[in-house]
Design a protein around this ligand. Structure first.
Ligand code: NDP
Length: 446
């Protein structure tokens, strides 16, 4: 790093957080990007802004005991990282996946702070979850786990304090069970979680928001930076969960062609274009593996333990998980002529892959900007809950479109202000950082 301040803080974070590679990766990316804002702004160092930003306000860790279908007691570990509330209550999803660790939740919480700032809504950053895996669990087991999780989490959250939502492994079903338990314990009906069912305070458009938002963002980048559109483009999408499915839906609506989707077991390729109704049935209704797609569609192929990035595309939308697009994948995409990579997942592209893409002049959009549509509509759900009013799908979707366009504009404006040209990565980090940093300065040492 060029800035001695940023380097000193990074070295300190690395020393204090051994064994947290994902967290350090996220911190390094942000600290490296925001160096131009540190120059000529000694107030940030005077107020120890970086030192305070890299340390979560609170890191809550707890035991979750629940009873499985055999009557056996199971124990999992739960977390909530309340990272920064300078511009609003802590806000960020809950992830249930066997790979969940403190490092992963800290990287997600840290990124969430800047992402939420970019939405223009009053939301601080947080994240949480558990190493519980919903795969292979019965309905009753998922419900009992969610109830046990909330029986501990409820004391730390609240509609004006910390408002969790979904993430990997946590969709409408899990949010519903957790909300029911919160209501039972607290005896109050408040918007303490987002992604709720429509009958009890949820927002139309929340389910679609991250995937649709990613496409609105990408469409704006295509128009403003590349004088182009989705029309006729081959779009590769990884994953087949919430973000991937609705990214595919909006891509198709905007005239793009989707031939590949995946899950953690491999990917499917359909030369005739993915039949999204079939993917929804397999993943959302039957909750089966993506390979089931090839059992139904004659021309489709399933490639076990392979990644979608080996197929040629114009636009790549990584929408599954962190570090899923590695340097070799980036090189393969580049040699196949990819023009744009926009992240639907959080930190799906490794630093080496980002470097390769940027060197090859592929337009690269960081997740904290391009996938902010989910948390943006969560923010709009909080507004509707406060108003005790439900907006139409069109109203929410129109606001989402405006927010995503504005994030592109903010990012380009920030990168140009610092003389960096049209750089979506540096611009997003700079715009988010400056907003939160100034709010911290204004509110005094805390
Ligand atoms: P889902 O649980 O709905 O879907 C996740 C998808 O990614 C599944 O297809 C899953 O396959 C695959 N996947 C998960 N882990 C791995 C892995 N280790 N290797 C390969 N594939 C994997 O999650 P979401 O769609 O909600 O989230 C996807 C990404 O988007 C995450 O990075 C999340 O943080 C990010 N995000 C989500 C938001 C939201 O609103 N939901 C908002 C902003 C970002 P399998 O079923 O086989 O595990």
């Amino acid at each position: 790093m060029k800035s001695t301040y940023a380097q000193r803080v990074y070295d300190d974070v690395a020393g204090r957080n051994p064994g947290e590679p994902e967290f350090l990766q996220a911190v390094k990316e942000v600290l490296t990007s925001i160096e131009p804002a540190l120059e000529g702004n000694p107030k940030f160092e005077d107020h120890a802004i970086l030192e305070r930003m890299v340390e979560p306000d609170r890191m809550i860790k707890f035991r979750i005991a629940w009873v499985d279908d055999q009557g056996k007691t199971q124990v999992n570990r739960g977390y909530r990282v309340e990272f920064n509330n300078a511009i609003g209550p802590y806000k960020g999803g809950l992830r249930f996946h066997s790979s969940v660790t403190q490092s992963i939740l800290k990287f997600l919480g840290f990124e969430q702070v800047f992402k939420n700032a970019l939405t223009g809504l009053w939301m601080g950053g947080g994240k949480g979850g558990s190493d519980f895996d919903t795969h292979g669990k019965s309905e009753g087991e998922v419900m009992r786990f969610c109830q046990a999780f909330m029986t501990e989490l409820y004391r730390h959250i609240g509609p004006n304090t910390d408002i969790p939502a979904g993430d990997i492994g946590v969709g409408g079903r899990e949010v519903g069970y957790m909300y029911g338990q919160y209501k039972r314990i607290m005896n109050e009906f408040t918007g303490v979680l987002t992604g709720k069912g429509l009958a009890f305070g949820g927002s139309l458009g929340r389910t679609e928001a991250t995937g649709y938002g990613l496409c609105y963002y990408t469409d704006e980048v295509l128009k403003t930076m590349m004088n182009d559109s989705f029309e006729g483009k081959i779009v590769s999408i990884s994953g087949s969960g919430n973000v991937s499915i609705y990214a595919a839906e909006k891509t198709l609506e905007l005239g793009g062609i989707v031939q590949v989707m995946s899950d953690s077991s491999g990917y499917i390729y359909d030369p005739d274009g993915i039949n999204l109704d079939l993917v929804k049935d397999i993943k959302l209704v039957r909750r089966e593996r993506i390979s089931a797609y090839a059992d139904t569609r004659k021309k489709a192929e399933f490639s076990a333990n392979k990644k979608v990035w080996e197929r040629p595309c114009d636009i790549a939308l990584p929408c599954a998980t962190q570090n899923e697009l590695e340097e070799t994948d980036a090189k393969q995409l580049i040699s196949n002529g990819v023009k744009l990579v926009a992240e639907g997942a959080n930190m799906p592209t490794t630093p080496e892959a980002i470097e390769a893409l940027r060197t090859a002049k592929v337009v690269y959009a960081p997740g904290k900007a391009s996938n902010a549509g989910g948390v943006a509509v969560s923010g709009l759900e909080m507004t509707q809950d406060s108003q005790r009013l439900a907006w139409t799908f069109e109203e929410t979707d129109a606001r989402l479109q405006r927010i995503m366009k504005d994030i592109v504009a903010q990012s380009l404006s920030a990168s140009n202000q610092y003389g960096l040209g049209n750089d979506l990565l540096l611009g997003a980090n700079l715009a988010g950082f400056v907003k939160v940093a100034n709010a911290m300065v204004d509110q005094g040492i805390f």
